[in-house]
Design a protein around this ligand. Structure first.
Ligand code: 6PG
Length: 478
């Protein structure tokens, strides 16, 4: 029997996805550049379902039913192009090439357009959930043509995570939309991790809670509106003791956070779209700062903190919880706002309720909150910003007093809380009646005749700063 899907690239994610397809009753043709990985997979897990072992892309393609579905699970970047180049001559019109890696959405747009010219479908699929998710059910974000989704979607839905029986997979939109949404998912993931880190630092450095005690705090927090995978694993990490030293693991790990690039891409794209995603950006910068180990070593010596003595406000731990919730909400709001702007820019129809719904299980940012976010966007009147949805504007308003106390305390104690504080600034920025942007417009007009608009009449104006300072209509000069 020919295979319904072929998977090439059998590192952990590829192998686990292949196993997931097989465990769900599909016949899976598997291929890896070096056959050793294929054999290792089949030896360890070949009995989990129907696999067809292949040694070349030709053989892989020959073993597939039509339209052929070939899933690439190779490293993002050049390796994807290299495999596509080898694969395309072997395929026929109507066949589907699927890229399940963390590819950049612009690459996916380019590849989709190139393959469409050959009547081939190219589907960029965001897959979230790490190794375990790939095996047991990830959250899946497929882009590409709707026609390709008809042939591929049911299979992806079957292997995806389920939230109350509903698959965490739905067609996102055309070309690079799936990878774009996955990228923003990762941006939110970065911010979510950073706010948890800031809460940990405050509880440790301000409130003096040791990691083991904090493990209990996070376990309790996981029963509140913060309930999420990332809070759950935080408790697990904080409770873990290093076997070598007997110290909490978190105390023996070098405090320099790695990154593979998806968070950075999110911020670059946000800047291009003009969407203020300050929480996500600060979380990427915080990882960057943590990695500047040599500068940090000097900074510790030469930069004075002049911290204040602060008596912690009563209920500080609960304050931190609320600040964490509010900041997290802002990061989600910023990420979703970015999706709205990208939809307009790239001509995608992104349904934010559906996107929130498929993040409810399987993916790294899965959280109870996402069900409420889905409902907010499913309402007849869609909020222009998540924070404007009545349920969320109320929830964040309730957290504001604690949020202000926490940020103020952190500043006085010299504990950096870049996402807590920038999220609060974003919130206040959205609320504020007059922003100092009016002054910036004045400055721009003075040094560069960049013009401004007035609040009291239509048109574009310029003050003749170097002349008699009368105002002229700039509309006349254009
Ligand atoms: C997921 C993860 C996954 C990976 C990221 C983050 O959704 O399953 O986001 O894609 O963990 O690449 O990696 P970095 O933190 O190294 O950027």
């Amino acid at each position: 029997m020919p295979a319904q899907i072929g998977v090439t690239g059998l590192a952990v994610m590829g192998a686990n996805l292949a196993r997931n397809f097989a465990r769900n009753g599909y016949t899976v043709a598997v291929h890896n550049r070096s056959a050793g990985k294929t054999d290792a997979l089949l030896e360890a897990h070949g009995d989990e379902g129907d696999f067809i072992r292949t040694e070349s892309l030709e053989e892989l393609v020959q073993n597939l039913e039509t339209p052929r579905r070939v899933m690439l699970m190779v490293k993002a970047g050049k390796p994807v192009d290299a495999v596509i180049d080898q694969l395309v001559p072997l395929l026929e019109p109507g066949d589907i090439v699927i890229d399940g890696g963390n590819s950049h959405y612009e690459d996916t747009r380019r590849r989709e357009a190139a393959l469409a010219e050959k009547d081939l479908h190219f589907v960029g699929v965001g897959v979230s959930g790490g190794e375990e998710g790939a095996l047991l059910g990830p959250s899946i974000m497929p882009g590409g043509s709707q026609e390709s989704y008809r042939a591929l979607g049911p299979m992806l839905e079957k292997i995806s995570a389920k939230y109350e029986g509903e698959p965490c997979c739905t067609w996102i939109s055309t070309d690079g939309a799936g990878h774009f949404v996955k990228m923003v998912h990762n941006g939110i993931e970065y911010a979510d991790m950073q706010v948890i880190g800031e809460a940990y630092d405050l509880l440790r450095s301000a409130a003096g809670l040791e990691p083991a005690e904090q493990a209990k705090v996070f376990t309790e927090w996981n029963k509140t509106n913060l309930s999420s995978f990332l809070i759950e694993i935080t408790a697990e990490v904080l409770g873990h003791v290093d076997a070598d030293t007997g110290k909490p693991l978190v105390d023996v790990v070098v405090d320099s956070a790695g990154q593979k690039g998806t968070g950075r891409w999110t911020v670059i794209s946000a800047l291009e779209l003009g969407t203020p995603t300050s929480g996500i950006a600060e979380s990427v910068f915080a990882r960057g700062l943590s990695s500047q180990r040599s500068q940090r070593a000097i900074g510790q010596e030469v930069l004075e903190g002049r911290e204040e003595q602060v008596e912690l406000p009563e209920g500080f731990v609960e304050d931190v919880r609320q600040a964490l919730f509010a900041s997290k909400l802002v990061s989600y709001a910023q990420g979703l706002d970015m999706l709205d702007n990208a939809a307009a820019e790239y001509g995608w129809e992104l349904k934010l309720d559906e996107i929130a719904s498929l993040w409810r299980a399987g993916c790294i940012i899965r959280a109870e909150l996402l069900d409420d976010i889905m409902k907010a966007y499913a309402a007849a009147e869609k909020p222009e910003n998540l924070l404007f949805a009545p349920a969320f504007s109320k929830a964040i308003a309730e957290a504001v007093p604690a949020w202000r106390r926490v940020v103020a305390t952190a500043v006085r104690l010299g504990i950096p809380v870049p996402v807590f504080s920038s999220s609060l600034a974003y919130y206040d920025g959205l609320r504020r009646k007059r922003l100092p942007a009016a002054l910036i417009q004045g400055q721009r007009d003075l040094f560069g005749a960049h013009t401004y608009q007035r609040i009291d009449r239509e048109g574009t104006f310029h003050t003749q700063w170097s002349g008699d300072r009368t105002e002229i209509s700039a509309d006349d000069t254009h």
